[in-house]
Design a protein around this ligand. Structure first.
Ligand code: 73E
Length: 829
């Protein structure tokens, strides 16, 4: 580093960052001319976006440096959030708002001849996630920075994020999402690399004291390169880091011999094989497919991150037992569970600690968040694969299991059943490593993501672990969302209106202040403006629908929205069956009767995993229904069915504020939390939903008179399923009419949808569509009736928003910080 006498010169020229329009414009012009190497007036919207982003990035990085330096000197405890997914969306708008310079940028961009909205639209979403789990990680990063917590995110820098969805002839088609062409938001750190080992074997030796030492040798080395993304907090200089690892062949791997011998192709093939590790995000939500490359991704990312964390800790020269005082690591689902094993390996094999001492450190360091109870999503890896890829890790897993089972046996002598049921190794053919069990045993806290879900994991899939470790190890942290992106950024007019009624933008830092809105509820002018904002948001979506699908919808209709990943448990099929029912009912009416009906637009969006056949059938049916209904002259405005292509974060920012009613209708007990339910209510929309996930807590907060709940309760699900299979299963008459319409070819080739109908009618109806259909239809009728009374509807919306304070991810992060991580905020001076 620079010696003292020369530091004056450095200080004098330190980058200050622009604070006004002139300064901003100067930065933009400089970046266009030099960084982008364009001649002065050769600037299109793309270049203007890049230059604007670079101007903001420069600002962020100065704050980032200050934040990191402050944390290092304070030598304080840090949180590391390990997530295989970060669904960040766009960065520019968020950066402008968080540093409080959007108006400055708007003015500057305007003077330079562009519109800020058009510039924002140029940005490609950073879509390194599938759905709720990845978006939650992104909201958490925003809250951690905004609350001044010293925290880093660690993930993978996929070359391809979640695929882009096109709908062609009603079918989903997947197109690769190459997003890295020019990404102004990342900093490659070519000097921060870690060599990661795979395969090979384990050799044992004795050290001088006769202790056995294990050496993991041979195999293959791949290099991890760090790429950093600055994460700005809102209205604070704190800027945290998201470090994403990219894989490349290690310089030792690149076979110069082969290269010199003219075997150029195969030396390049090695290179490509290494790069494959971080090439693509697995596009499965709530589904585990057990592919070897996925396990490689997991170890690659976990090993690089731990190496980085340990390297940072070692600089402090503290004793190992202080590791958990300096480091908290949160496992976002089981995907990073190998970190437990890797840290134990580092401590025992490399640092020479005794097993028990190391294990104490490990378990005090980790916390594990479970996000799902769906059996098909619970990760298991074949022992054979683990042995092949990570031979030393498998030995350690066996040892962890051995010591764990010994402790269980002590507590429950002669109880063979409990040993089999909690063993980390499943004695199946082939044997499997149960990652959730390993995560529980390796952590000091395990949490679910909503109250019902946390209760369910403690009473069903992990009940034996509660017996063993006691109830204190298990806790609930109900999910939340960042109000910065999901209100201030997505719905600026509503944010301003709320600010005008609650005394400024304080609510963006303390969302409970929304409750002040209730004081204005009898103010007619306020309600009118509220309704106008919703209408304007609907008009914007209407224009988008016209432009992209060439369908005209009436913005005065009720906008009924279900946007989320397509999955049978989320029950888009229930929704579309309901739409068909509505269509058939409208068709059966006289023209006079029809005139009395309330116009509705049913809006769907979401991706299906490429290998999930049934989910793709659901998409196909929705599109086919739309094709028939939307051009039926009997129906006109009364019903439109829209499928929005390629649902993602930036589209959500437009869709969510335009909804009157959103659907969160999973089979009770299947949706761990849901987070879009919170976004919709926060933007002044009502919910139709089941008693599942966070819907239950939303109801408790906003009042049951402000939500449309229906359907089976989670405690009755098992009995109903049992009855479907072993008793007689009858499907009600209205639903049968829907099936008849499908099977008579009203919506295209009936065979296409045979399996979907049969799943409900003939194959046990696992998701209870038939049980919930009638109450769903009845509840939708209530919605129609209540929507007719616009004044009362608006009051319900305002009351709901006023009571949503609890669902800020700030509240959620504070709960993790206190109850799990034991970390304190550290503000910049
Ligand atoms: O209910 C959501 C929850 O709101 C849940 O389905 C989702 O996590 C959200 C955030 O807590 C979730 N995703 C996954 N498991 N749960 C998952 C599993 C495997 C691969 C990818 C995602």
């Amino acid at each position: 580093s620079i010696p003292e006498p020369q530091r004056e010169a450095w200080k004098k020229h330190q980058v200050q960052g622009f604070t006004d329009k002139d300064g901003f414009e100067k930065e933009v012009v400089r970046h266009v001319e030099t960084t982008l190497a364009r001649s002065l007036f050769n600037c299109d919207e793309g270049a203007a976006y890049s230059a604007t982003s670079l101007a903001f990035r420069d600002r962020l990085i100065t704050e980032w440096n200050r934040t990191q330096q402050r944390q290092t000197t304070a030598d304080t405890k840090r949180v590391y959030y390990l997530s295989l997914e970060f669904l960040m969306g766009r960065a520019l708008d968020n950066a402008m708002l968080n540093v409080g310079l959007k108006d400055v940028a708007r003015g500057g961009i305007d003077e330079l001849g562009f519109r800020i909205e058009d510039i924002i639209e140029q940005e490609h979403d950073a879509a390194l996630g599938n759905g709720g789990l990845g978006r939650l990680a992104a909201c958490f990063l925003d809250s951690l920075a905004s609350l001044n917590y010293p925290a880093w995110g660690y993930g993978l820098r996929y070359r391809y994020g979640i695929f882009k969805q096109e709908i062609i002839n009603g079918y989903q088609v997947e197109v690769p999402d190459y997003w890295l062409d020019f990404n102004p938001w990342e900093f490659p750190r070519h000097d921060v690399t870690v060599d990661i080992q795979f395969y090979g074997n384990v050799r044992k030796s004795q050290d001088d004291n006769g202790k056995t030492v294990c050496h993991w040798e041979g195999g293959e080395i791949v290099t991890a390169v760090a790429y950093d993304m600055p994460i700005p907090g809102y209205a604070t200089p704190s800027t945290n880091n998201l470090r994403l690892w990219s894989s490349k062949a290690s310089s030792g791997e690149f076979d110069f011999q082969k290269f010199n011998n003219g075997d150029y192709e195969s030396s390049v093939a090695d290179q490509q094989r290494a790069e494959t590790i971080s090439a693509v995000l697995y596009p499965n939500d709530n589904l585990d497919r057990g592919k070897e490359l996925r396990l490689k991704q997991q170890y690659f990312w976990v090993a690089a991150s731990l190496y980085d964390i340990v390297r940072r800790f070692k600089k402090s020269k503290r004793a190992w037992r202080e590791f958990p005082d300096q480091v908290a690591i949160q496992l976002n689902d089981t995907h990073p569970t190998l970190a437990v094993v890797e840290l134990q390996r580092i401590l025992v094999d490399i640092e020479g600690l005794e097993w028990d001492e190391a294990w104490n450190i490990v378990t005090s360091t980790f916390g594990y968040t479970n996000h799902t109870v769906l059996p098909e999503a619970l990760e298991k890896w074949p022992v054979g694969l683990m042995q092949h890829l990570l031979p030393r890790h498998l030995q350690i897993i066996y040892d962890i299991n051995l010591f764990f089972l010994q402790s269980v046996e002590k507590k429950f002598p002669n109880d063979r059943d409990i040993l089999t049921s909690v063993s980390i190794i499943e004695e199946s053919q082939p044997k499997m490593v149960r990652m959730a069990y390993l995560a529980i045993v390796g952590s000091h806290k395990v949490n679910g993501v909503a109250e019902l879900h946390s209760d369910l994991i403690q009473t069903t899939i992990f009940k034996d672990f509660v017996k063993i470790f006691g109830a204190d190890k298990f806790t609930n942290v109900t999910n939340g969302i960042t109000p910065r992106r999901w209100l201030h950024q997505a719905n600026p007019r509503l944010s301003e209106l709320i600010a005008s009624k609650t005394g400024g933008h304080e609510f963006l830092k303390d969302l409970t202040q929304l409750n002040k809105l209730e004081l204005s509820i009898d103010d007619a002018a306020f309600r009118k403006e509220w309704a106008e904002i919703k209408y304007a948001n609907k008009v914007r979506l209407t224009k988008y629908i016209k432009k992209t699908l060439d369908v005209t919808v009436n913005p005065a209709s009720l906008f009924d929205v279900q946007v989320k990943r397509i999955h049978e448990y989320k029950r888009q099929q229930l929704n579309i069956f309901g739409v068909i029912h509505r269509y058939l009912a409208l068709k059966a009416m006289s023209p006079e009767e029809r005139k009395k009906q309330l116009p509705r637009v049913s809006i769907f969006g979401g991706k299906a995993a490429p290998g999930y056949w049934m989910a793709k059938q659901i998409i196909h049916l929705i599109n086919n229904v739309g094709a028939v209904v939307n051009k039926d002259p009997d129906i006109g405005d009364l019903l439109k069915v829209i499928y929005l292509e390629d649902y993602n974060v930036s589209k959500a920012e437009m869709i969510v504020p335009a909804s009157d009613l959103s659907e969160h209708i999973s089979t009770a007990g299947t949706e761990a939390s849901g987070t879009s339910n919170m976004k919709f209510v926060l933007n002044g929309g009502l919910i139709i939903g089941t008693c599942d996930g966070a819907n239950i807590e939303i109801t408790r907060e906003i009042g049951q008179e402000n939500i449309f709940l229906f359907g089976t309760l989670s405690e009755d699900v098992e009995d109903l399923r049992h009855a479907h299979t072993y008793g007689s299963h009858t499907v009600d008459a209205d639903l049968n009419k829907v099936f008849d319409a499908i099977q008579s070819g009203t919506f295209g080739e009936p065979n296409d949808f045979g399996a979907m109908v049969a799943a409900v009618r003939d194959h046990g109806d696992y998701y209870l569509v038939s049980d919930d259909f009638q109450s769903y239809i009845d509840t939708q009728k209530m919605v129609d009736n209540e929507y007719r009374n616009q004044d009362e509807w608006v009051r319900k919306c305002i009351r709901s928003v006023a009571r949503m304070g609890f669902f800020s991810s700030d509240r959620c992060i504070n709960e993790y910080a206190e109850g799990i991580w034991n970390v304190e905020p550290l503000a910049l001076k």
